[in-house]
Ligand binder design. Sequence first.
Ligand code: CS2
Length: 476
Amino acid sequence: MRALSQAVLDERAVLPSLHLPDYPRSALAPGVLHLGLGAFHRAHQAVVFDALLQSGDPRWGVLGVAMRSTELADALARQDGLYTLQIASAEGRRWQGVGSIIGTCVAAREPDRVTAAIAAPATRWVTLTVTEKAYGPALAAQLVAGLAARHAAGLGGLTIASCDNLSGNGGKLRQLCLDTAAALDTVLAHWIETACAFPNSMVDRIVPAATAQHRADAARMTGVDDACALGTEAFWEWVIERHFVDAADGAALAAMGVQVVEDVRPFEDAKLRMLNGSHTAIALMGAVMGLPTVADCVANADIRWFIHHLMADTVMPQLRRPGLPAYRDALLTRFANPDLHHKVHQIASDSSLKIPLRWLPTLQTRLAAGADVEPLAFAAAVWMRYLLAEDGQGRPYAISDPAGERLQALAQQHRGDVPGTVAALTLPAIWGDKLPADPRWTSRVGFWLDRIQALGVGAALAQFKAGCAPNPNTEH
Ligand code: CS2
């Protein structure tokens, strides 16, 4: 079987079921530099840029930059940046060839190439999906080096759009760049501040890590071998603040289905706390209960009930996004998508960085108002149990988290001692300053950790459910 490439595309040597890009890719110069080349970007922004290119606007070709790992960047380069995306929903599966990535490189291997690309005249945008843990000095240094070269060349500023699951992602990135630049050169810092735009944005599409199954399915469906095939759901959202170097970009993106708004906050809060907050709770429960995927978890009636309860009664009262009940119900349907096979351990990774963004704002607001936080106390207890690194059947698993070693050591050290575990793991870096000293929180986490130790997560969850009086305002 031939490998996917531009030549294969030009000969139309693929099966007709595949929707293909047919714009002149070889004539494009990248207008977008994407940092964090991975599955999410390829199933989300790259698809929007593909649609823009398809509409006849040649300014949206992407140079895809992997931060460290070379495998995907090199595999994509071997097939001229092309890949097939499987889109699975209740209506069935369809396949789309995506052509917007016209070059790839690896930041750790070719930092100068990244700097040169940021400073290239054709570059207009930088987009980022580098994950929560990357917002530090190394990222800022890379961006500022490129921006300094751009400034020195007398070129205009860039729109730099963080697409990571952080609240106020654009503002955080802007501050990081300004602080780094100010330490080097105040003129440069002023230029970044005035000539570049850092819009906040919310991105959403569930994109599990690509597997060999995607490759096998792609081969069957297209007749060519695609080492970079991946799968996603039909749903996608990109909500971005109206704040661009070129104001006309707002209309161009909007024409492709991107929502361009004055204030991203209501969308970002709803997405982080409902989708991502539920994801983290599901992933930790699934890991300890030995349920491999999100769909396996929400097929369990008690977990499904718990997630509905968490969203409806604890998270939604603080949110402003319109249409929340429908958003909640759509999320449960998305989680149940049987084609995604979204692994709980993928989502459970980096939980120490995700919990402060996904659970903490709800907790802080509710505790300040004297409202109950019981589902999150239960979820926090599951996280503490998860840190023992073995499921309810005693099967070990790996924990992937920058603080993982330290957290696991603490969990082991206090194993069997509930108050000791709660005290040791309610770290201010994760749970904020107030929760460690708030007995309304620590006592409830301890209560549920005790139940989990005595009964296991599944039976403790059944007890949680039995103890909840039905809320007359929400149908479960
Ligand atoms: C997930 C997200 O891995 C995770 O932590 O919660 O990647 C989630 O699938 C996306 O944000 C959906 O848009």
